[in-house]
Each structure stands twice: as C-alpha cells, then as structure tokens.
Write a protein that binds this ligand. Structure first.
Ligand code: TUI
Length: 321
C-alpha cells in the first residue's frame, strides 16, 4: 500500500518533464565529461531519477558500449549527453539515434543539425541553453524541453545565473524547462520549481555518489570544498570552465592575466580532467564542480541522494499539512 506521503509526493512533483521522460522523480543527473558513465546514469535511473551518460570527447563506440552496459544494469529510461564541441559529435549523434536512447541532451552549442534525426528516432531532445535566444531557437527547432543552465554549474558555463535565467526562459518558451546550476538539495529543487522549472538537473551532488567511479581524491576535494573554492578559467579563450581552485587554476589564471597564447593555456589543461577524475591528481588536474560544492558533505548512494531530496522537498512544501 502506498503511504499518504508517497501519494502527495507523486502528485506535486509529477510534471510534464517526468511524464515525457517516464520517470518517478523530477531529478536529472547531468551528463558530466569523464564522470557520467553507465554505472552512474543507470543507478540514477534505477532510483527513479533520470541519468545521462556523458559522451564528452569520447569516440562513438565507447558511447555505444556504455549504452549497452547501462541497459544491463537497469531497464529504466536513461539518456546520452552529446558535447557539441567534440570532434566525434557527428558519430556520437548517429549512435544515439541508432540505439534509440530515451533522451538526448546537448552541451556547449546548437544541436539544430541533429534534431530531425533524433526526433525521427523517437528520442526526446533536451538541449542545454545558457540564454533565452537559444531556448527559443531550440523550441522552434522541435526540442521537447530545454535545460536552462546557470553559471553556478561546473564545467563549461554561460554568463547568466540560474536565478535570472530560469524564469526568463520559462516566460519565453511553452515547452517545459529543467533548471540546472547551483542545485544540490531539496531547497534548490523547491526554489527551481518556484521559478517555473518542472525538474532539476544536478551534477556536482552526483559526482560524490557511491556509484560514481571518479577517483577518491576527486570526491574528497568536492566534499572538502568551501563556498568560495570554485573559480572560472578560460574566460579569455571564449570557453569559460568552472572548477575547484588548485595549483592548475592558479597557474592558468596567472597566465591569462599575462595574456599568454591560447596554445599555452590549452597545453596546461590538455587531458587535465582525466588526470583529476582517473588519476586523482587534484593539484594539476581540472576538478570540475559547481559553486554548490560547499554544500555537499558526504558520499551517498544515488538512491539515498534522490530519496533524501524528495523527502525534504515534501516537508518544505508542507504536503502533509
Ligand atoms: O556543456 C556543458 N558543460 C561542460 S561540457 C564540458 S567538456 C569541455 N571541457 C573543456 C572545454 C569545453 C568543454 C565540461 N562541461 N554544459 C552545458 C552548457 N552549454 N553550458 C553552457 C552551454 C552553452 C553555451 C553557449 C550552450 C550553447 C551556447 O551557445 C551556442 C550557440 O551557438 O548559440
């Protein structure tokens, strides 16, 4: 028998996004480069949320393999994030269509040229947007939803904050909006709903999930982060990236101040995310994480994270009153 609290939770948190994706809870896991593999995505989906495998710069066959592995872990829906700056983006886009994953999200660009192929394959398309203009363009191009991501996020970011971007996108489009950037708990979820979002996407909180296979030292760095510990490198190159302050970011920011060449800056960050995620080098590697890292205090399973957020959200919304 469902308990009263379960009934209330399902009613209030059932939105166009949960219906379109076929999920129980409006919590989506961001498709983070090097971090969001089959284990993480499948376990988020298993727990009632929606997991994304992050294709990042990986070749298409790696993505196909991860999709197969995720399908062995769960029969729940999950998706793939296509990072549009990748040299493999075309082939990854193709594999995603062939494999007919439930949804595709995109980052760092305009996925217009893939839209028809994905829609024809019956895939839900949800581009990440950092502006109202791109949100409108994506709606016209046939996107099912947009993910409005503020600059509080880790990794590659835009200029607007989540607080300002989400309501402006909500007012500008008729399709549902997912809020991302700076959200890691029930307060963030409820705040995003007040802004008009119909689900949230979280990255940093899932980096420290038990099922996340990132290096122990990466998780420890996120858990020990303070509010002021994230910095943005690469503003001068047009590819701003948020990560946790370390020796690499110190050197990078110093070099940016001295206007050193794009090539030299690239050299410092080449392979640096892998270095942090796989080797645990949190000094010279790129420890991508959002501004909300300071709020995250422990490693929990995906199920614990999702259940805790939904329980607290219910309390906040006083569903039992
Ligand atoms: O894509 C992300 N976050 C990422 S991608 C990534 S891998 C990478 N590493 C180093 C350099 C570059 C990439 C790490 N983190 N988030 C989604 C996102 N998309 N944030 C911002 C945007 C965005 C920005 C501008 C999307 C579209 C856009 O404009 C496109 C256009 O053509 O108008």
């Amino acid at each position: 028998m469902p308990q009263n609290s379960d009934i209330g939770r399902v009613e209030i948190m059932e939105t166009r996004v949960t219906r379109l994706l076929g999920i129980k809870y409006p919590i989506i896991q961001g498709g983070m480069a090097w971090v969001a593999n089959a284990e993480l995505a499948a376990n988020v989906s298993k727990a009632g949320g929606f997991g994304f495998i992050g294709a990042a710069n990986a070749p298409a066959e790696w993505v196909r393999g991860e999709i197969e592995r995720a399908r062995q872990i769960t029969d729940k829906p999950f998706g793939v994030n296509v990072m549009l700056l990748s040299e493999h983006a075309d082939e990854v886009a193709q594999v995603v269509a062939e494999e007919k994953v439930s949804a595709v999200s995109t980052g760092a660009g305009n996925p217009g040229k893939y839209m028809k192929m994905w829609k024809d394959a019956g895939i839900k398309v949800m581009p990440v947007v950092a502006s109202v203009a791109l949100a409108k363009l994506m709606e016209r191009a046939g996107a099912d939803m947009v993910i409005a991501e503020g600059m509080e996020s880790g990794g590659h970011i835009g200029e607007q904050t989540t607080m300002t971007l989400v309501p402006q996108v909500v007012d500008a489009v008729d399709i549902p909006v997912v809020a991302a950037g700076g959200i890691a708990d029930a307060r963030g979820l409820c705040a995003a709903f007040m802004l008009g979002a119909e689900a949230v996407q979280m990255g940093t909180r899932f980096v420290v999930a038990k099922e996340s296979t990132v290096h122990k030292q990466y998780k420890e760095r996120v858990i020990s982060a303070r509010d002021i510990d994230s910095v943005v490198t690469g503003r001068s190159t047009g590819h701003p990236v948020r990560s946790l302050r370390n020796e690499m970011t110190r050197q990078y920011l110093e070099m940016e101040k001295q206007n050193v060449s794009f090539e030299e800056l690239e050299h410092l960050t080449l392979g640096a995310l892998r270095k942090a995620v796989v080797d645990g080098d949190v000094k010279m590697g790129t420890v991508m994480a959002g501004q909300i890292a300071g709020l995250i205090k422990k490693e929990q399973t995906c199920e614990e994270i999702i259940t805790e957020i939904m329980d607290k959200a219910e309390e906040l919304l006083k569903l039992n009153a």
